[in-house]
Each structure stands twice: as C-alpha cells, then as structure tokens.
Design a protein. Structure first.
Length: 464
C-alpha cells in the first residue's frame, strides 16, 4: 500500500501537470485569451448601462420624482452702473429643474426689472437682471430675486461702488495698485540679499526656515480666501471646495515634477560640461591624489549641484509667489468691482508691508551661491510681482469667481511645492556618509525660523 506522503506527492505532481497544460493552452491560443480580457473589460460598462437605463424607466422615475424639487438661484455678481443709474445682478440656475424669474427687489422693495435673455432659465443657464435704480456710493444694498413659486434669493453688497470700465484711467489705476502691492514690495525684499549672504550656516538655515514659514502662511491664506469666495460667490452645484482641493493637488504634483526635471536637466548639463574638460585618455590610477582629474571632476559636479539647486528653488519660489500674487490681484480687482472694500492709502501700505517678505523668500536660497547676476535676481522679482497687475485687470474688468478660486488654488499648490523643496534643501545631508546629518539640520534655528516666519506674516496681515 502507498503511504500518505506518497499519495500527497502524486497529487501535487498531477496539479502541476494540470497547471502546465493550462499555461500551454493559453500560449497556444493567445487570441482567445485576449478576447476574454476584452470581454471582462466590457462587462462592467454593460452592467452600468443597464442600471442607468432602469433608473430612467417610468416606474423608477415616478418613484424618484415623487418629491417636490426645490429651486436654487446663485447670484454670482452684482454691478452698479451710472448713465443710466442701474443695478445689474448676474444670476445662474443652480437647481435641478427649470425656473422662471417673477420679480426683483432692492432692500425688500420691488422694482421693475429687465431680464436678459429671458425669464425662464434651464438648469445651469445664466441671465442678467437689470434693475433701474438710483443708488448712492458706499451705501449697502440687498438685491433679491424671486421665482414664480415665491422662493426668494438675495445677496448683500456692503458698499456700492461704480463698476470699473476698461478705459485708460481704470487700466492705469489697477496698474498702479499692482505696482505698489506686487512689484515694489518684492523688489524691496530682494535688497536683503547681501545681508543674508554674509551669514553663518545656522543663521542661513534660520532664514531658509523663516522663508518656509512665510510661504506656508501664504498657502494657507490662499486656501482660506478661495474657500470664502467659493462659499459666497460660487454656486454649490460646482462644488467649489472640492475644486479647490483638486486644483491645489494637481498644481503641487505638476510643479514638483517640473521642478525636479528642470533641476536634474541643469545638473546633467553642468556635469557633462565638467566631464568634457577631463581628457578620456587621462590615467586614474592615482585616484587618491587631490589634484587628479577624477577628484577635480567630482568636486566640480558637487559645486554644480550646490549652485543649480538653490537657483532652481528660488525660481520656483518666484513662480509660486507670482501665481499667488495673480490670485491676490484677482481678489483686489474683484473687491473693487463688488464694493466689498474701499481701497485707501492705509490698505495699500498694509499690502506693501505684508508682501515685502516675499522678496526675502526669493533671495534666501540664493544667499550661498557663489555667482549671481543682478539681472537674474531682478527677473525673479518681476516674475513674482508683475502678475498682481494682470490679476487686478482681470479681476476688475472680467470678474469670475470660478477663475479666482482656480488661480488661488494653483498658487497654493505652487507655494506648498516650494515649501517641500526648501525643506528638502534645508534637511539635506551635509555629508553623504553621515546618516545623522539630517537630524542635526533640524535644530533650534530651523524651528525658530519657521515659527517666526508665520508670525511675521500674521502680524503684517493684520494691516490688510
């Protein structure tokens, strides 16, 4: 009789033979296996199509639509015009069904209104409600829109202001604001370059960490500001908060990839240039000699890395701040358009003080660079500050809440990417063989710098 172990061994052999036969069948008939894979990929779509078809069947539709759908109107923007004096409300049907506008009112008093292109709005369509009304600057007004079923929607403007027109005077006005708020503060911050350049390693890490603190505050501020705009001016059907998260995440990942690619390309180019200076026929037998070509090549490569990385970080900081300032310009232009703020000398001074630290953020990584051209530094300042002017023009003349939160979210993602780059640069090992060097880099200087950076931005933000 066969023992139990022999029977188990024979069973395993039979199983292996069956598996080999199956594999052989698959290899012999690859077209059949491909068809099975295609069918398996199509089946989920077929099931989904059947489910959607059943949802639209009369039986289920009568059950689903048994309730009463509620209308919803989003009042996205209100403009004040003169000659003739009138209030214009830009509305959108954000509800699930078609609606009809019955009347409009200002401060709870019904007024005659013209609706373009018509009173009936299908889902997601928009219209313009024109209300003849003699309004006074700087006074608050509440504009209400009522549908034919009696549901009223309203929006309050804190201080009425004349809607900007794209004429030469308004263009110059927004350009001046952009220069004072964006370009001048950044250029002032660049003047700290010689001061930071003369610092020791610990003090240098302090200012790098301070830069990270400044940028983290800017990123959080951009997210909060975009969330407020999404809550107040964007219809809930567009899921403004979800859009902010999506755009911020995509911006962070895309710019992180771009930054790494640019840095690696610059380093490879520098290394190839250094390698060309070394003859391929040179003997490397004496590799321990400090003057040998191999040692000189390695030293040159290390120097290139130390030069290219800070330059790439500063460039990404300038781009990130520029995107943030573009969103800030959009907010300033929209605030003038919506009558939410009255621009004053104090407000401009507050923005100037608040944004001066952005120039410091740009120059801090460059402080230890051996060579830096002045025009390159100025160019980075322009990249960071000039978008404020473009943002103010677009926000004042072509205000769109969706566009505003998208650009603010892009700026937030760019800023967080820069913070990541600064953190990896500050915490880089000073010696590849010393695994404790990363831990040593996190000391009281880096912690204090990060905390002080956020406090500085908070205090200067109180002036805005």
């Amino acid at each position: 009789m066969r023992s139990k172990g022999q029977r188990e061994k024979e069973e395993r052999i039979e199983e292996n033979i069956d598996d080999d036969n199956k594999e052989q069948e698959v290899h012999e008939n690859p077209s059949h296996s491909k068809r099975l894979v295609i069918v398996a990929a199509i089946i989920p779509f077929i099931v989904l199509a059947v489910m959607i078809f059943l949802l639209f069947s009369p039986t289920l539709q009568s059950f689903i639509n048994s309730g009463i759908p509620l209308p919803e109107i989003a009042i996205e923007k209100i403009e004040f015009r003169e000659n003739p004096s009138q209030i214009i409300a830009f509305i959108r049907n954000a509800g699930p069904t078609e609606i009809t506008i019955a009347q409009a009112d200002v401060n709870d008093r019904i007024h005659a209104a013209a609706i373009e292109p018509g009173k009936t709005l299908s889902r997601l369509s928009d219209a313009k409600v024109i209300i003849p009304f003699f309004w006074n600057p700087a006074e608050p007004y509440e504009v209400g829109i009522t549908t034919d079923d009696g549901t009223r929607f309203s929006k309050t403007i804190e201080a009425a202001a004349l809607a900007p027109n794209p004429d030469s005077q308004q263009i110059i006005f927004f350009a001046v604001i952009g220069v004072y708020v964006g370009i001048i503060p950044v250029m002032i911050g660049l003047l700290w370059y010689p001061f930071i350049r003369s610092m020791s390693r610990n003090k240098y890490n302090f200012f790098l960490s301070l830069t990270a603190g400044l940028l983290v505050f800017l990123g959080i501020d951009a997210l909060i500001e975009s969330n407020e705009i999404a809550a107040d001016n964007v219809s809930s059907i567009f899921n403004g908060q979800v859009l902010i998260f999506i755009v911020t995440t995509i911006s962070f990942i895309a710019l992180l990839y771009t930054s790494e690619r640019l840095t690696q390309r610059a380093i490879k180019k520098s290394m190839s240039s250094a390698a060309e200076t070394t003859s391929p026929y040179t003997s490397y037998s004496n590799s321990g000699d400090i003057n040998s070509p191999r040692i000189r090549l390695q030293a040159t490569q290390l120097q290139m890395q130390e030069l290219v990385k800070p330059l790439a970080i500063s460039l990404m900081i300038a781009i990130g701040i520029g995107l943030h300032n573009f969103g800030e310009g959009l907010a300033i232009g929209a605030a003038v358009l919506l009558g939410e703020i009255a621009l004053s000398t104090f407000l401009i001074v507050g923005f100037t003080l608040h944004n001066t630290t952005e120039g410091l953020a740009i120059v801090a990584p460059l402080a230890k660079s051996r060579k830096l051209m002045l025009r390159r530094l100025v160019l980075m300042g322009v990249i960071a500050g000039a978008p404020t002017i473009a943002g103010a023009w677009i926000g004042g003349f072509l205000y769109s809440p969706i566009a505003t939160i998208i650009f603010l979210s892009i700026g937030a993602g760019a800023i967080f990417q820069v913070v990541y780059s600064i953190g990896s640069w500050v915490l880089r090992p000073t010696n590849d063989n010393d695994k404790k060097s990363r831990i040593v880099s996190v000391n009281k200087f880096t912690i204090a710098g990060f905390a002080i950076g956020m406090v500085i931005m908070y205090v200067t933000g109180l002036l805005v």
